[in-house]
Write a protein that binds this ligand. Structure first.
Ligand code: GDP
Ligand code: MG
Length: 196
């Protein structure tokens, strides 16, 4: 089975009254084919229910309320990167949209890893003033025999840019909810730091 305890808790629908947070806007970045849409569809709960209700606007914008550390957070996930025009402002505008970014590469594709580094450079330049949370995600961790990027290399690269790092497998639904929970925790830390 691919379901895990963490996905159950993340998708808890109990309406516990608590200081609700968000909505946080999270943008998926990375090369075509690395698994952004696969991660987004898990987020949307497509694997749990037939026809997900939170999928809007042609499957590029997903809204979900998840419970992390007992507190509910409303998250809007944008899977819009690949549909942006290459030669326009739209990619740049994408980098200015969003409270946090998930930069995805495939562990089986070294060039997608190098492009992920470029994206972090671009992001840090666009968003100099703030400390926008960025998580570097090495997806397709199930394809161990085709690995082209080691964990230690990716971790070192993430720390240079002050990013969190996690490996996921959308195919095996491994580490996908820890990824989304992690981003909510980072967004809260940033929000709390701002308020004090
Ligand atoms: P996107 O272009 O970044 O949105 O990538 P997609 O989500 O469309 O995935 C591209 C291809 O990789 C599809 O054939 C997916 O089924 C496959 N894929 C996505 N995630 C994984 C994964 O974790 N493991 C494996 N083995 N295949 C994956
Ligand atoms: Mg896609």
């Amino acid at each position: 089975s691919c379901s895990s305890a963490s996905s159950d808790s993340a998708l808890s629908t109990e309406s516990t009254p608590s200081a609700s947070a968000g909505p946080f806007t999270v943008v998926l970045l990375g090369d075509g084919g690395v698994g952004k849409s696969a991660l987004a569809s898990i987020f949307a709960g497509a694997s749990d229910s037939m026809g997900s209700e939170c999928e809007l606007y042609g499957g590029e914008i997903f809204e979900q309320t998840i419970t992390v550390d007992g507190e509910r957070a409303s998250v809007t996930l944008l899977d819009i990167w690949d549909s942006q025009d290459e030669d326009s402002w739209s990619k740049q505008r994408c980098l200015q949209t969003g409270d946090a970014f998930i930069i995805v590469y495939a562990i089986t594709d070294r060039s997608s890893f190098l492009h992920a580094s470029d994206l972090r450079v671009q992001l840090r330049r666009e968003r100099e003033a703030d400390r926008t949370p960025i998580i570097l995600v090495g997806n397709k961790s199930d394809l161990v025999r085709c690995r082209e990027v080691s964990v230690s290399e990716a971790r070192a690269s993430a720390s240079v840019f002050d990013c969190k790092f996690i490996e996921t497998s959308a195919a095996m639904q491994h580490n996908v909810w820890p990824l989304f929970e992690g981003i909510v925790r980072q967004l809260r830390l940033r929000r709390d730091a701002r308020e004090t």
